[in-house]
Structure formats: C-alpha cells, structure tokens
Design a protein around this ligand. Sequence first.
Ligand code: CP
Ligand code: NVA
Length: 318
Amino acid sequence: MRDFLSINDLSPDDAQYLIAEAVRLKRELRDNPARQRLALEGRTLALVFEKPSLRTRVSFDIGMYQLGGHAVYLSPAEIGLGQRESVGDIARVLSRMCNGIMARVFDHATVTGLAEYATVPVINGLSDLEHPCQALADLLTLHEHKGLAGHKMAYLGDGNNICHSLMLLCAKLGVRFAAATPEGYEPLPEFVHAAKELGEVEIVRDPKAAVQDADAVYTDVWTSMGQEAETAKRNEVFPAYQVNAELMRYAKPDAIVLHDLPAHRGEEITDEVMDSPQSVIFDQAENRLHAQKAVLVWLLGTDAERLSFADTPLAPSA
Ligand code: CP
Ligand code: NVA
C-alpha cells in the first residue's frame, strides 16, 4: 500500500507515469466517460479538511464521481482532528469505511500521523510543507503547453508548500527550476538539498534573474492559510516579487504564467498578467481534476481489496 504525502514519495518513473495517466484520463473523459466510470466503481474516499478549499474539494469530489466512486466531505468544524478525537483514531475509523483518505491539514505531521494509523492510502491535499497534488497539475500544464525536460520554471515569492512540491517535481522531471524569494522566506534547506540532488535548481534573491529565459513563470499568495497574523509584515516584504508586465519582459516572450489559486489580484500578480494570453492559470486549475484522478487510480484502483472491514463472523444468536 502506498500513500501520496510528498513529491518525495514518487520515483521519477512514478512522476512520468502519473503525468501520462492524467493525459490519458483527460482524453478518456472527453471520448468515453462511461468506460472511465468503471475505474473505481464502488470505491470511496474521505475528504478531511482543516482549512478552506475550492479546487481541492471540488476536484476530488467530482474526480471520484467520474471514476465511478464516491467521496465524503468532512468540514473543518466536523471531526476536530486531534481535538474531538485523536488523529490515530480518526485514521482507524475511516480505514474501516473508506478505500482512501485525502486530508488538507495545518501541520504536515497530521497527514503523516493519519498515514501511520490508516490501513488505506492517504493523500496530502495540502499541508504547511507540501501541496503535491497541485505540483502534478502544474507539471501537467507545463507538459501540455511547452513540454517538460529541458524547459525552465521560474517561481516568485514565498518559499512555501507550493514552492517545495513544485521544486521537487521539476527536479524529478528534468525541468530546470529557479526561485526568487526575499531574505528569510527561502524554501526549507532540506527541500532545496533534495531537489538539487535530482536536478538543476537555483534559489536566488533577484526576481529578474529567476525569470531570465523562463518558459513558465509561477507565483503564489504571499500569506498562506494559517499565516494571517503575518499579513501586514509580508505585504511590506513581497511587492518586489510581484509578477507584472515589467517582470514578464525578462522571461521568454511566449512564456506561460501559472498560479495555483486562489490569487490575490494586485498583490502577487497583476490583473494584466493574470488575464493576458500568456496566462494558463485556469487550464492549470482544471488540471487538478485530471492529475488527481491519475493519483486516485494509482492508489485505489488495483484489484487488491484495501478495505479493512473487520471480518469476524457474527456469533450465532442464542
Ligand atoms: N490550489 C488549491 O489548492 O486551491 P484550493 O485551496 O481552493 O483547494
Ligand atoms: N500557499 C497557499 C496555497 C493555497 C492553495 C496556502 O498554503 O495557503
């Protein structure tokens, strides 16, 4: 049994396979949706959220439906991860009823804790350290518009969960990666070291240096969910890293623009760039659906019965 908690859980071959499978599922949804409904027929996925979501919630819910399965949404207030009930007990209970667990959490340790106690696959739908499902959608989008190996991805802004997963996946897929971040907001050293072991990765201070010759320019919010108390300070530090028309002049003329969304228009990205022909941000959002369906089929779609229903027969009644 496998989990998908980090891009580190994927070998380069796994990453290639998942992108190819996402392309296949995207085409199949258009050409033969009925066939697709057999892929995860009767399978179930719990969607556990400690934070808000539009894309993650809708794409996992609709994705399970399109694959013939069913998803159950559990809101932040509902199950009280670690408060109403321990992470381990929640994992044990959900494993008795569901074929998989997707969780969006504050602390990455919560998703690894779920995986430790679950007997079904656990998928990270965003933690403070990573957003691996997003990175798959991002690289699927780059693949569709430009190709992968040899191309250059530039990331501007906070060295956060998005930056970590994107950097690792670029390195695994042969995409050159450069991030420009302000001092004190660099990606964590362990992610930088792991990515540098695998591919061409640069962390710089100057936004223009990062976007030089880039095929794709990517940004994310300056203040992530859970960091709201730091908003005022961050709004002072990050403006030099805004993706605007002036900065785009340093990238390749036909570079694509990416953003995981939600965007704070006028902060990390201008309306002008976000609504320009170079922006493929809404293709990227749609690709969450296709990329995650590849993950779901990969993790839940084998013939092996993964449910751990107790199989003790009922004692005969007296
Ligand atoms: N990009 C992303 O994960 O969006 P949501 O927060 O809306 O799920
Ligand atoms: N870095 C952002 C990504 C949102 C999808 C956050 O964690 O809030």
